[in-house]
Design a binder for this molecule. Sequence first.
Ligand code: CP
Length: 395
Amino acid sequence: MVVIVNAIIHSFSQSIAIHWHFLYSAFSTGYDNPPLCDRLKNHTTPSCHVSIMKSLYGRDLITTQDWSVEELEKALDLSFEMKANRYDHPLNNSLDRRTFFMFFFNPSVRTRQSFEAAATELGGHAQFLEPKSMRLKTAKSAGETIEDAAQVMSRYAVGLGIRILETALEYYGQGDEILRQYAENATIPIVSMAHDKFHPCQGLADVMGYRMHAGKNLKGKKIVQVWGKGALVRSWCSVQESILINSRLGMDVTLAHPPGYDLDPEVIKWCEQNAETADGSFEVVHDLEEGYKDADIVYSRNWMTAGFYDDMIKHGVDEAKKKEIGIAAKYDDWIANKEWMSHTNDAFFTHCGPVDRNAEVTDEVCDGPKSIVYDVAENRLHVQKAIMALTMGKQ
Ligand code: CP
């Protein structure tokens, strides 16, 4: 009798164990997970098409211009999902036990914090790297080549973010070349965390902010990307990414700046082509009234003149910055204030941060009811979670 009871108990407990293993495999987000398609197929948002998501696996993100509009839309859809289900999205363990390298040649507040938080929320870890703690080859010193560094880094991490801006470079475009060189040699995705030409994560976070406040369909909405005065001598990357992605999505984009602040002619050409393809518009003006007139979104931001690099090489960074500050000081009217905002269509105000208050924008506008600057900053987290899940998340 005892033998029979023991056999029944043993058989029952084995059955429980088998069922538990099955249930764990089906529902846990550990390595025994069902594949990506199965995890997403019952998710509530139908637009989250698995095929596009799979096609983004392994992809670099150096500028949004390198991705199709469909791919950008999928990234944005997933960003909204990640925001709505911050701690319980089915892809929240995409980086389970995996590492994302963040390689910063220049300082950052939002980008470092949001990538680090994003990796944590996806179950992984973001490791901070800076050139001074590595032994990389440069024009001035011997060291490890990009080819070797990229391949070694690929053995440790699932993705590599790079920030490299003007003061770490010798000419405009060198940062973009370096990112693309890493991309050629690495076997993991390379993500721009802002370089001399582009800032794709910022561009996507901006669009997410506009959709939160101005509606999903941005076609026909006017955004003025307006130069702002200030002493920070800022990069072109956020501004160029902004005009690219917004013209891509069919917005009416007006780039307003004083004479002499022209951006990269190739980027301007792409914006014109984007606008034509998307049935939107793109124009460059040097007049504030024309720029602000009837705008739905105002994005004020300082940027340097094209002469900065030459001056930096000839006279050093400090002298080059001094010269830029002197030029910018001539344009006292170029500040987003209540008066200029009154020319708009009750526009939202945005800025990628860090904000140069009372230079690029007044406190009154930046802290006013139409300001979306903190929402956009928060969106960096959601967008980067989506990008990491799509391009390097476990499959
Ligand atoms: N917008 C942005 O990239 O901010 P940080 O320079 O603080 O990272």
